[in-house]
Design a binder for this molecule. Structure first.
Ligand SMILES: *Cc1c(COP(=O)(O)O)cnc(C)c1O
Length: 217
């Protein structure tokens, strides 16, 4: 399964974040052994525990909602935070990145779904954040792209429209704030059920869990 998915993504230059939340170390190691090095978790405690137990050459991504008071636990090692949705959060990440003497890569999470359970910024909020003086003073974070989640629905037309919307937001931010920054290049969208649609819409990074590891209970 993983080999087919990887091949498919590879030909399109899309990166795979293997979402290992709730799954045991033994099962994650199986994927590691066939070469996968990027894993995503959505809870800080689980992320920290797994990072301690797993090989050190893994890139750990935080993909779930992140509370400010938990940033310090992942700041020493996290390789990408997908879920930045406020200035307060990114300022906290900057603070702990500095304490750990590093620069932490982040994605701005945008709200693209028609559900009110999903976190994220509106385009307007994103623009305000990026043009604020306080943001420009941060030196230990680097925004490398955007992230979003489509509505949980079978309606493919709707999902496609939502992913197109995120691509549009990315293009808008790129041309306004990151024109000369090659590092601003990631569009994290697409999960087990909708990654093909996401890739068609321009995803550069898909977050796939159940398709790789089996259903979560
Ligand atoms: C769980 C999760 C995924 C993966 O979901 P699957 O449907 O299992 O592929 C992707 N992104 C986020 C933010 C998640 O929490």
């Amino acid at each position: 399964m993983i080999k087919e998915i990887l091949k498919e993504l590879d030909t399109k230059h899309v990166k795979l974040v293997a979402v290992s939340k709730t799954k045991p170390i033994a099962q994650i190691l199986e994927l590691y052994q066939v070469g996968q090095r990027v894993f995503g978790e959505n809870k800080v405690q689980e992320l920290v525990e797994k990072a301690e137990l797993m090989p050190k050459d893994i890139d750990w991504h935080m993909i779930g909602h992140l509370q400010k008071n938990k940033v310090k636990f992942i700041a020493p090692f996290v390789s990408l935070i997908h879920s930045v949705d406020s200035f307060e959060l990114i300022a906290e990440i900057d603070k702990y990145a500095a304490k750990n003497n590093r620069i932490i890569d982040c994605l701005l999470q945008f709200y693209i779904a028609q559900e009110d359970t999903k976190f994220g910024l509106s385009l307007q909020e994103g623009l305000e954040l990026l043009s604020s003086k306080q943001y420009m003073q941060l030196e230990n974070i680097r925004i490398v792209g955007v992230m979003g989640m489509a509505t949980f629905t079978d309606n493919k037309t709707q999902v496609k429209a939502e992913f197109n919307h995120l691509k549009h937001i990315f293009d808008e931010l790129k041309s306004t704030y990151f024109k000369n920054e090659d590092s601003f290049k990631e569009i994290s969208m697409g999960m087990s059920d909708d990654y093909k649609i996401a890739v068609e819409a321009g995803s550069t990074m898909v977050r796939i869990g159940s398709l790789l590891f089996g259903k979560r209970f």
